[in-house]
Structures are given as C-alpha cells and as structure tokens.
Design a protein around this ligand. Structure first.
Ligand code: ZN
Length: 62
C-alpha cells in the first residue's frame, strides 16, 4: 500500500533536480531546496500527470 518509490523531476521554477515522496492521498509532494517552491504532482493515469506549482511567498532578491 505504501509506495516508497522515489519520484524525481526538475523544479519548473529553478530547474533543480528534486525528489519527492508519494503520500497516502496518491499525490507526490516536492519542496525545492533552491527556490523554495512547493510542487504537488497528481498521477491521473499511466500517461497523465498534473503538476501544481506553489511559488515561494517571500520576495526573491534578484
Ligand atoms: Zn526550484
């Protein structure tokens, strides 16, 4: 029942390779250590994922 597969992808915000873990609700959560974005990936099917990106709230210095 628990899926301990490590899911990896690149942060859509900063391009950093991040890894997440699947939760009990079937969603995979990522937190980018570089830009602080939170990404929630929902697997809808074998060939269909949706990715939601929550950008960090604090202002970034450029
Ligand atoms: Zn990032």
């Amino acid at each position: 029942m628990c899926d301990w597969t490590n899911y990896q992808m690149y942060c859509p915000n900063s391009g950093t390779l991040i890894s997440g873990a699947k939760g009990t609700d079937g969603k995979i959560r990522y937190c980018c250590p570089r830009c602080g974005a939170e990404i929630i990936r929902t697997i809808k099917g074998r060939r269909h994922d949706t990715i939601e990106v929550y950008a960090p709230r604090e202002p970034t210095t450029k």
